[in-house]
Design a protein around this ligand. Structure first.
Ligand SMILES: [Zn+2]
Ligand SMILES: [Zn+2]
Length: 426
């Protein structure tokens, strides 16, 4: 069966996360999205783990969990993101990693091993004073079935390849434990096409997850598998043995929409396309720009843009339905009218992923009007205009060709380096 999985998420016990994230809330959001396999998030946090134990039950023989007594079809996989902080050649490195396991009892054993390196109750995504290599070794020593992969591999400060404190290769980051890394998470600001430019990454499965901090953002990226039986073992096998054709597709943000695509300075309201090759200094404050994901990919790439490896796993770009509806209505995604329309679409047409990728546009138009159908069609076919994000500022996607006055109200003009130079000249 087709399985849509979002494996990296957060509970309300992680910093800057919505207080509304509960296990039952996650289950209903997953049903609306069409997700059948969801990371639990934050299993290292004692209070969240307590909730997991109280509210989840084992799916017998699957190495997965479900809400007690529920027939929703949503399975949970114990997961957590941890931040490893360590010194490498006298430089401080911070690498975020996701850990998956098939058993809450093993999660508890992992917690007791990891608690030696940091305070697990301080944050749902704990900071551990250990190297990324030590993390992998420690985790696998406790639980040989656990699965570790680098989170949002390209983000500037916490990505294994990040432009501000990252490494140039898995081997540099994970040392002799690199052999136990089978996948990397591409993150919101990069997509498979960008990752395919680095031949050293061919051996890794490219995972896409939402890393959500509120339920609304669940599944903004996800992985699609074709599994005979939905079990932890078959999921991990499909990832490790990525050429087996069990890992069939990823659903991706347009990478420009991610908040670290271009270089830039949020406070200076300045962004730069690294392709313009104008250096890495901010023309406003004269300090080093936050180096974005595209810049790092360009640095490490040994292939031209557009190169597709032979065994590449396909992908489709998506924009969350609530964003599309909000864009068409010219209203924010938290507006009640937007939510009502999104809910009506899902009630009539089925889960969000179905609407975004498969539902005939005529059926969408009948419920939400022609513009919404057209916007979804444009997202499917890539007929969009993207304004790239930078230094923590999300990018924007224009999904319809609109005249200026009809365009979304919050149009922020981003200065470019050339506009600054022009300004100086003038
Ligand atoms: Zn992270
Ligand atoms: Zn600046």
């Amino acid at each position: 069966m087709e399985v849509i999985a979002d494996l990296h998420i957060h509970s309300r016990f992680s910093m800057a996360c919505s207080k509304e994230i509960t296990i039952k809330g996650m289950e209903s959001a997953a049903v609306e999205k069409g997700i059948n396999l969801l990371g639990s998030g934050d299993f290292t946090h004692p209070l969240w783990l307590k909730e997991m134990k109280a509210e989840l039950e084992k799916v017998e023989g699957a190495g997965l969990y479900r809400v007690k007594g529920s027939g929703s079809g949503v399975s949970f996989i114990p997961s957590v993101e941890v931040s490893t902080v360590f010194q490498d050649h006298s430089k401080t490195k911070k690498v975020h990693n996701v850990i998956l396991t098939d058993d809450i009892e093993k999660a508890e054993a992992l917690n007791s091993a990891l608690s030696k390196y940091g305070d697990l109750s301080a944050d749902g995504r704990p900071t551990l004073m250990m190297s990324a290599a030590e993390l992998v070794e420690t985790v696998i020593n406790v639980d040989e079935n656990a699965f570790v992969f680098p989170a949002h591999a390209w983000t500037p400060w916490f990505g294994v390849f990040g432009g501000m404190s990252g490494f140039d290769s898995m081997k540099e980051a994970y040392g002799d434990q690199a052999k136990r890394i089978y996948a990397l998470e591409t993150g919101l600001s990069s997509d498979p096409v960008m990752n395919w430019r680095i031949s050293a990454n061919d051996k890794y499965a490219l995972l896409s997850n939402s890393d959500f901090h509120s339920l609304q953002k669940m599944g903004r990226e996800a992985n699609v598998f074709e599994l005979e039986k939905v079990t932890y073992g078959s999921l991990i096998k499909a990832i490790k043995d990525k050429d087996s054709k069990r890992f069939i597709r990823t659903l991706e943000f347009y990478p420009e929409e991610g908040k670290y695509h271009f270089d830039g300075h949020r406070n200076c309201n300045f962004s730069a396309d690294p392709a313009a090759d104008n250096g890495t200094l901010c023309p406003v404050c004269r300090k080093r720009l936050t180096i974005g994901v595209l810049h790092r990919v360009n640095d490490l790439a040994d292939r031209p843009l557009g190169y597709t490896p032979k065994k590449a796993i396909p992908y489709a770009h998506i924009v969350p339905l609530i964003e599309i509806v909000g864009y068409v209505m010219g209203k924010g995604t938290y507006s009640l009218q937007v939510k009502v329309m999104r809910d009506a679409l899902i009630r009539s047409l089925g889960p969000e992923f179905m609407i975004l990728t498969k539902t005939p546009l005529e059926s969408i138009a009948e419920i939400a009007g022609n513009e919404t159908a057209e916007a979804i069609g444009n997202v499917r076919s890539g007929r969009i205009t993207a304004i790239a994000g930078y230094d923590g500022v999300f990018g924007r996607i224009e999904m319809l060709k609109r005249s200026e006055e009809k365009a979304a109200p919050k149009k922020i003009k981003q200065p470019t380096l050339s506009s600054f130079l022009d300004g100086k000249k003038g």
